[in-house]
Write a protein that binds this ligand. Structure first.
Ligand code: PLP
Length: 393
């Protein structure tokens, strides 16, 4: 009785809620529940805790009374610190009124899309790309048009193809460097080309740079370093570079008028980011640069373990230049990525993420993450290599 009542209630819930695709990452995690000794190569967050000085700073701030709402756009002191940090990184002046503090980069991406696109508009998103872009567009009734990232281009976008996909309905090009899941880091020329295309076509450029602190080879080039035009949104935050995923703290930077519009959108969504977290963010930005350097060195060491394990196998088509992840080619097994990942978990106790989660171009890959202790990572990868080899047709 109870059960049928519930399903009736679910049946009459919004189409938006009912049709939101279920994440395969969640499906894999559910499958792993109750199994012992599982190696988790799916997790997209640091295995280390938030550095102690940040925790301590937020704790003291909470005791000192920083437990109320902040302004919708964030605490003035934090906005100023973010503006100062990005001004010095980009070599171009960023003002506090261009910064909107958000609930994680998730909040920044959603707010940016909601600021520029209406129902029925189109945005261009990467394939493979972070699945939440499409889910957010779904919630806003915005249509997603994918552009390709191919291993033969190092999983970097082809600007000509992006140009060709722009129509009268396109409102924004969404880019992600360093990228999830492929680990591509855009060189300066590519970033400049994409910014030009957006400017000439009169569409917005939404640049998700949440992994900016995790770059192993070369330099991160921000869309912001080309100057924030009246059509640029640059997104980043504290989750990845400072191991602060649970604090839900990020930001977006754009032209002041757009920042006001984005701020208005935040009010009915979540009003403001957590004030206690914002105080932690201030401590993070005032703290030593070695905090993010240490994390980066750890991930680089683990990236090198992946390179080592898959050397001469042809299974690592592109060495990730940044970010938390690598894509492993499973095409020789002939299996679809979800079937492969399920079998791999059930037979070898290792969780990976099926590539299909990230778009049709990724069906022949699984994603592994660098967010697990070195020895465990090596064991999981060796099992993965052996499993792919054993299934090779
Ligand atoms: N953008 C990308 C590409 C991500 O992979 C993630 C998290 O995995 C986010 C944004 C969200 O970051 P946050 O935890 O700061 O909301």
């Amino acid at each position: 009785m109870r059960h049928s009542k519930l399903s009736e209630a679910v049946r009459s819930s919004s189409l938006r809620a009912r049709s939101l695709p279920r994440s395969a990452i969640r499906e894999m995690m559910d499958l792993a529940v109750g199994r012992s000794g599982v190696i988790h190569l799916e997790v997209g967050e640091s295995d280390a805790p938030t550095p102690e000085h940040i925790i301590q700073g937020a704790f003291e701030s909470a005791h000192a009374g920083w437990t109320k709402y902040s302004a919708n756009a964030g605490l003035p002191a934090l906005r100023a610190l973010i503006a100062r940090r990005m001004s010095s990184r980009w070599g171009t002046q960023v003002a506090s009124d261009q910064v909107v503090v958000t609930t994680g980069a998730v909040g920044a991406v959603f707010t940016s899309i909601a600021t520029v696109a209406d129902a029925g508009d189109e945005i261009l998103t990467p394939d493979p790309g972070w699945p939440n872009y499409e889910a957010m567009a779904h919630l806003l009734n915005v249509k997603v048009v994918r552009y390709d990232l191919h291993p033969r281009n190092g999983f970097l976008p082809d600007p000509d193809q992006i140009s060709q996909r722009i129509t009268g309905k396109t409102k924004a090009i969404l880019i992600n460097s360093p990228s999830n899941p492929a680990g591509g880091v855009f060189p300066e020329g590519l970033m400049a080309r994409l910014a030009d295309i957006a400017r000439i076509s009169g569409v917005y450029l939404i640049s998700d740079e949440i992994y900016e602190d995790i770059v192993f080879d070369g330099q991160h080039v921000s869309a912001g370093s080309l100057g924030i035009s009246d059509r640029t949104f640059v997104i980043s935050g504290f989750s990845k570079g400072y191991a602060m995923t649970g604090w839900r703290l990020g930001w977006l930077i754009c032209a002041p008028e757009l920042a006001l519009a984005a701020t208005r959108i935040q009010e009915p969504l979540y009003s403001c980011a957590s004030t206690i977290s914002q105080k932690g963010g201030e401590v993070a930005l005032l703290g030593p640069i070695s905090t993010t350097e240490n994390f980066r060195n750890t991930y680089r060491r683990r990236r090198d373990i992946i390179v080592d394990v898959f050397r001469n196998t042809g299974m690592l088509s592109v060495v990730p230049a940044g970010g938390f992840y690598a894509l492993i080619d499973i095409s020789r097994t002939g299996l679809l990525s979800l079937d492969f990942a399920k079998r791999f978990l059930l037979e070898h106790n290792v969780v990976t993420v099926p590539g299909s989660t990230f778009g049709p171009n990724c069906e022949k890959f699984v994603r592994v993450a660098l967010t697990i202790e070195d020895d465990q990572l090596r064991v999981g990868l060796l099992r993965l290599r052996a499993f792919i080899t054993s299934l090779a047709q």
